[in-house]
Design a protein around this ligand. Structure first.
Ligand code: PMP
Length: 350
């Protein structure tokens, strides 16, 4: 091809399958099985012509105010984007420019590596232990910044707040991004550290605990200087990131804390009962603090099981990657969905 030398070489992230068939048990992309708050659906009623005709608020001011109130932080510490993928990508672009290696775990969210490659960022994947644990000491070596999810994905394992603080403290001159996509399901948030450390950014999403993956809302909280640079980069790239629909429904979700707590609690209960069932069937798994379980069975081939589940309209996630190819990542669905999964597995194992 004539333009070959001009192309940006990329190996894209492969998202979990979104089947067109609605009649499947979908446990493959860590979505929430419950609907969003009724207030979110009510907010749709307030969407009029103007939300379509006019550009949305480039500052996303009203959603930022709602998030700042909710987390009791100054609004200058909040940045909003189109899902946390957008927020994380903006962070990579903004903060990882030293040329030194950016660190992230080798078993983690696969998009980190993709952004690093896309933006030509030097990076090193830090091996997690045999039990998939992150060792904070590994993140105290020379680096150009770091990112890790807490709880980690796809393992579900969480670091304690003390461990996270030890990492942030040891990296005064490097940015630490804690990706809290799953924090509402377990683990301790690093948000209280934001006031004490100016090298920390915590990212969050509405996609999992708030049942709003389809609206694409993510945000991060950090020191106001960091957020200000992040905004400069965002406004150098795309001013109108959030639709009015996303802004209004996002605010409505934050306003219904009761419902939010209820569905999160329900998912956590279902997770714990599913763990027991899986264990009884001979599966092992790291002890997940998230809305998924990363399970393996010593006698079953994970890929074959994945395919059989799929043939039976139960979608889970299998990663064909070296250290984790024997595992399936199973999102926690409704109680009924998990019962269907368990009864399928029972038959399959017999
Ligand atoms: N971080 C982690 C660890 C994730 O698993 C995901 C979901 N794929 C995201 C970030 C991004 O989620 P979203 O863009 O929907 O906010």
């Amino acid at each position: 091809m004539i333009l070959q030398d001009n192309l940006r070489p990329v190996v894209p992230y492969v998202p979990g399958e979104q089947p067109r068939d609605n009649n499947v048990i979908k446990l493959n992309t860590n979505e929430n099985p419950y609907p969003p708050s009724k207030k979110v659906l009510d907010a749709l009623g307030s969407i009029g012509n103007d939300s379509f005709r006019k550009y949305p608020d480039p500052e996303v001011g009203s959603l930022i105010d709602a998030l700042a109130d909710y987390h009791r932080v100054d609004r200058k510490k909040v940045f909003v984007g189109v899902g946390s993928d957008d927020v994380l990508a903006m962070c990579f672009l903004t903060f990882f420019n030293s040329g030194r290696e950016v660190l992230f775990p080798d078993i983690s969210y696969a998009f980190y590596k993709v952004w690093a490659d896309l933006f030509k960022i030097n990076y090193r994947e830090v091996p997690v232990s045999e039990n998939f644990e992150i060792d904070p000491k590994d993140y105290m070596a020379e680096n150009g910044g770091m990112v890790f999810p807490n709880p980690n994905a796809p393992t579900g394992l969480a670091l304690s707040l003390d461990e996270i603080e030890s990492i942030v403290k040891a990296n005064a001159d490097n940015l630490v991004i804690v990706d809290e996509a799953y924090i509402d399901f377990g683990g301790e948030t690093a948000l209280p550290l934001v006031d004490r450390y100016d090298n920390l950014i915590v990212t969050r999403t509405f996609s999992k605990s708030r049942s709003m993956a389809g609206m694409r809302i993510g945000y991060c909280i950090g020191n106001e200087k960091l957020i200000s640079v992040l905004n400069s980069v965002k406004f150098s790239y795309n001013s109108y990131t959030m639709s009015d629909l996303a802004i209004k429904t996002g605010i409505a979700s934050i306003e219904d804390d009761d419902y939010f707590s209820r569905i999160v609690k329900k998912i956590v209960e279902t997770r714990e009962s599913t763990k027991k069932e899986l264990k009884a069937l001979g599966f092992t798994y790291p002890d997940s603090s998230s809305n998924f379980i990363f399970a393996k069975h010593s006698e079953l081939d994970a890929e074959e099981l994945f395919n059989s589940l799929k043939e039976n309209k139960i979608f889970v996630r299998h990663f064909n990657a070296p250290r984790i190819k024997d595992y399936l990542r199973i999102t926690i669905g409704t109680e009924r969905e998990m019962e269907r999964l368990i009864s399928f597995l029972r038959e399959y194992i017999r």
